[in-house]
Write a protein that binds this ligand. Sequence first.
Ligand code: C2G
Length: 135
Amino acid sequence: MKRVITFGTFDVLHIGHIRILQRARALGDHLTVGISTDAMNFSKKQKKPVYSQFDRMEIVKAIAGVDEVFLEHSLDLKGEYIKKYKSDILVMGNDWEGRFDEFKALCEVVYLPRTEGISTTELLAEIRASASGLA
Ligand code: C2G
């Protein structure tokens, strides 16, 4: 049994999130997803997610193929999470290319290409524009 782990904020869920989760799951038999806490996201991106960490966890847990979710409290704990969840493969989008290579000592590390043309940031900008009648 191959256990896959991936991490992310997964705020305002979109097709890019679904695709990376499905591709990650297809690399093994079990998928664990670490959801960035609100505090961690703030330190990473200087902004508060739209959905709370508990709602984001519940939403991601409801996606077919996601077996287990937990809250990721710090980037510095990634090695601990990989060990705790007995992960064989760490999957990240290629916006993180090379950033987690140190974990190759613990498991296989795979960076998958991001889905082009969509991001939570762009989506929020479109929603704002459409709400103010610009789009
Ligand atoms: N993603 C993607 N295509 C997009 C947008 C996102 O494949 N168009 C992927 C990202 O590469 C990431 C995952 O979806 O692997 C989650 O994206 P984010 O919620 O933006 O996660 P991020 O804030 O990058 O958190 O420990 C690492 C971080 O917690 C990753």
